[in-house]
Structures are given as C-alpha cells and as structure tokens.
Design a protein around this ligand. Sequence first.
Ligand SMILES: NC(=O)c1ccc[n+]([C@@H]2O[C@H](COP(=O)([O-])OP(=O)(O)OC[C@H]3O[C@@H](n4cnc5c(N)ncnc54)[C@H](O)[C@@H]3O)[C@@H](O)[C@H]2O)c1
Length: 339
Amino acid sequence: MPVLLITGGAGFIGTNLTRYWLENHPDWQVIVYDKMTYAASHRNIELFEGCPRFSFFKGDIADRQSLEPLLARADLIINLAAETHVDRSLMDPESFLRTDLIGTYNLLELHRKYRDKKFIQVSTDEVYGSVPEGKATEDSHLNPSSPYSATKAGADLLAIAYFKSYGVPVIITRCCNNLGPFQYPEKLIPLLITNALMDLPLPIYGDGKQVREWIYVDDHCRALDIIADRGQIGQIYNIGTGYERDNLSIATQILNLLNKPLSLIRFVADRPAHDKRYALDWQKLKNLGWSPVVPFEEALKRTVEFYVSNVTWWREIRESPVFRSYYEANYGWRFQDSR
Ligand SMILES: NC(=O)c1ccc[n+]([C@@H]2O[C@H](COP(=O)([O-])OP(=O)(O)OC[C@H]3O[C@@H](n4cnc5c(N)ncnc54)[C@H](O)[C@@H]3O)[C@@H](O)[C@H]2O)c1
C-alpha cells in the first residue's frame, strides 16, 4: 500500500488534505507528522483516529532522527509544516527561521539519502511580494516583505538548489490564500467570522483595500494531488484561481451572511510593509489539467457554515491563553487607537 507522509498535517491545510487523500485514494496510507504547535488541534487528529489507513506521530521536522524512519516508509512527502502567520512573524521571526527555513533544510538533507521519494514543498504566493499589476509567473522575481515570506522564499531557493546539486526530486508549489474549515481563527477569514459570531468588532487593517487571491482548500488539495501525479520534478507550480477580493469586501460579505450589522467593521492601524495585492499566473498548472471548481462566494458560504456549526472547535482555541495573549498584543493597541 503506497504511503503519503504529510509533515505539518495537523494544521488547517493538513487536516483538509488528510481527509481529501483518505477519501480519494482508498488504496493509500496517510501518516501525519506534526509538532503540534499552537496552530494544530488535537481535535483535527481525532477526526481520523478510527481509520486503519491513518497514523499520527508527534514530532518536529527539525528532528531528523524521529523523521527518518517515517520518510523511509513513504512514497510521497508533502511538507506543510511551517509557522504561517505574518503578524506573528513580525513579533517573533526566529521561530519562522527555525521551522520554515531550517526545518525544510532538514527535510531536504534527508531526501539526499532517499532520492526515490517525491517531495512536494508547499510554498506561497507571498514570496513574490506585492504585485501591483498583472500576475506573478513562476519565473517572477522573488520579493518577500515579511519574515514569514522571506523564510518561505529561502526554503524555495534551497529546494531548487538541492534539486540541481543533488538530484533531490522536489517540486515546489506556490498557492494563493486558502479558505475553508479548520483554519486557526487568527487568520483573516476565521477571525472575522468568529468575531462576528461573538458580536465583537471586525478589525480591518488600513483602508481594507488589500487584494488577495482566494482558493477553497479542497481545490488546493486537488491541485497537490495532480501535481504529485503529473508534475515535473524540479519545477515550480503556481496555484491560483483568479478570485481576487479585497479585505473590506470580504468583511462585508461575512456580516451579510451572518445577518450582522456593518457597523461591526473597525478600521485599525495597518500592518507594516503590508503587501497591496497578490495575483498568480497559473497557466502551467492548467496545462496539467487542473482548474478550481469552488467559486469564491460558495467557498465563503461553506466556510461560514463550518464556523457556525463547530463552535466548540473554535471556542476552545479562542479561549486558550496562546490565542488570547496574541489577540491582545496584536489588536489591543490597534483597537484603542482606532477612530
Ligand atoms: N493557509 C494558506 O492560505 C496558505 C497559502 C499558501 C501556502 N500555505 C502554506 O501551506 C502550509 C500549511 O499552511 P496552513 O495554513 O495549514 O498552516 P497552519 O499554521 O494551520 O499549520 C501548520 C502546521 O505545521 C505544524 N508545524 C509547525 N512547525 C512544525 C515543525 N517544526 N515540525 C512539524 N510540524 C510543525 C503546526 O503544528 C501546524 O499543524 C504552510 O507551509 C504555508 O506556508 C498556506
């Protein structure tokens, strides 16, 4: 039975990818290896516990010794393990360097030994920095703005170098912003939804006109599946949709879906070096036969429904000291200063 190893599989995309792979590949085993940082939830792992084709190991991608036996068993490795929140990277860049860059280096080093295993390094559109006009292709200049995107860009470059220098069979994917179930509620969409559900103000950075390209997480999982199957080793694939929306319009749509007043929107001080727009050219992936199937408005509706029906899941997180101290440190002063 072929084995997929998902590093960082207990977070947002990992939970959705585990479910996707178990459902769509009944002949595969899935192993999740995750450090269980604040961004992971034990409830995510519990979803799969009854499935004999699923197993979970707690561990750090920086720990080669515990990772090696799992990697040796796997046929395909998808690396999702990362520190992922831009605002936290501004507060504590070091943890991003340790996981996103050094952690990926560890995986690449192991792959020098296991060169028969396909390795997908999941990266982000943020490595291109702000794209004021047009779309970023895979050959566009890397121009990261935050410690998060800089460490992801560094990992991409290292992965390409390992392919060229040692023949490590790596493929890099750069996806746009995901939305869907099980996303930690510090990220824009679940933060806005859960604040609205609690009748708290919805913080909008600056003028709210920052544009992001959005993808429903299942479409991202399907893209990873196709890339694992048909993608070419040593290549980079952008994963985009063309669904560009600004933050303010998303907040408005969420309030409308929840029948809450627009007066809950609160403009607050902007994030430093906040990129204005991300936009991807994903023709290369289209050529492999992929295109998104869930339109943005449908994706947002499904995401809102998830948070409305899974209050225990997100309340437990929002009431945790980790979430509360982050929320206070990031938004406390912004709310005080907002007009
Ligand atoms: N969410 C998005 O919109 C998006 C878009 C493009 C790319 N990505 C990339 O996809 C990947 C997954 O993103 P996500 O949104 O699911 O993030 P997430 O923060 O929800 O999950 C990250 C997971 O990695 C685990 N982890 C962190 N450090 C680890 C370590 N040292 N060893 C093992 N596990 C560790 C965490 O415990 C968590 O389960 C990341 O690499 C991210 O850069 C995300």
